[in-house]
Design a protein around this ligand. Structure first.
Ligand SMILES: C[S@@+](CC[C@H](N)C(=O)[O-])C[C@H]1O[C@@H](n2cnc3c(N)ncnc32)[C@H](O)[C@@H]1O
Length: 270
């Protein structure tokens, strides 16, 4: 059964999310999806706010969404999308594609909510073609110890219950690397006071299931502090406490320059 109803959360999300788009989230979505082409699977598409941002070179989007109310809203937005989008019921753990059928998998604001990130990311890897890419835009746990502690406590006690299973305290960049992806482009941007990561990952060379290790790719944690946000990127205009964090560059961003700026920006060349 792929339906996961969260009727209250879904209605609140549909009501509030268009306002967040105007606050700058639309631009972050566009950056996340820039330069995509071919067949794309969007995991947990919600109410379809990404659809308007897919480039014309995308030939098909299979948008998987388990929440029935959000799925209906997504189907409405799919009808207006600039590229063909089919909205289907489904789950991150069981995507409706055969092995290696997708040019890209997109997760936006969804790896915070899936019950098991490793399982969802393994499924993303399964459906990707060799050389295919994962595009992600996700909020992540703070680099600031105090704030991270608050996020852990708040997630456990209140937030998860009222937010459709969302976790504020996940280190999603590490989860992506641990799942056998190499993160090739990464930006860290604040939005509404929460740290977000957006970027591109590819299945790591030589990766085979079972090789997962927390050492892989990401050699750093939030605690070291790391301003990865691109000074030219929209995140910096959005303020938020995360932007003034200082410290060593995060090795979770393999292409970062010495300035701490990610060299890759999925939208910059789009
Ligand atoms: C915060 S909303 C984000 C929606 C959309 N991706 C966006 O960018 O606006 C989180 C979404 O994750 C979906 N979700 C939660 N658990 C899921 C799962 N196991 N598989 C697929 N989607 C899931 C929810 O139904 C919801 O649509």
């Amino acid at each position: 059964m792929s339906d996961k109803p969260h009727p209250v959360f879904a209605r609140i999300y549909e009501r509030l999310s268009p306002g967040w788009e105007k606050d700058g989230q639309a631009e972050l979505r566009a950056r996340t999806l820039a330069r995509l082409s071919g067949r794309v699977v969007e995991v947990g598409a919600g109410n379809g706010l990404n659809f308007g941002h897919y480039p014309a070179a995308v030939t098909e989007v299979v948008a998987v969404e388990p929440e029935p109310y959000l799925r209906e809203r997504a189907a409405e937005r799919a009808a207006e999308a600039p590229v063909p989008v089919s909205v289907v019921a489904g789950d991150a753990d069981a995507l409706p594609l055969a092995d290696g059928e997708a040019d890209a998998v997109v997760t936006s604001l969804v790896l915070c909510s899936v019950p098991d990130q490793a399982s969802a990311l393994a499924e993303a890897r399964r459906v990707l073609k060799p050389g295919g890419e994962l595009r992600f835009y996700e909020h992540v746990v703070s680099h600031k110890r105090g704030k991270a502690a608050f996020q852990r406590a708040f997630t456990k006690t209140v937030w998860k219950r009222v937010s459709g299973g969302c976790h504020m305290d996940r280190d999603t960049g590490r989860a992506i690397a641990d799942a056998g992806f190499e993160i090739t482009e990464l930006d860290r941007v604040p939005f509404h006071g929460l740290a977000h990561i957006l970027g591109v990952a590819h299945v790591a060379d030589g990766y085979a299931p079972g090789m997962e290790t927390s050492e892989q790719g990401h050699g750093d944690t939030e605690e070291s502090g790391s301003p990865e946000s691109n000074p030219q990127g929209p995140g910096d205009q959005r303020g938020g406490e995360e932007s003034d964090t200082s410290g060593a560059p995060d090795t979770s961003s393999p292409n970062e320059s010495d300035s701490g700026q990610a060299t890759g920006n999925p939208g910059a060349a789009g």
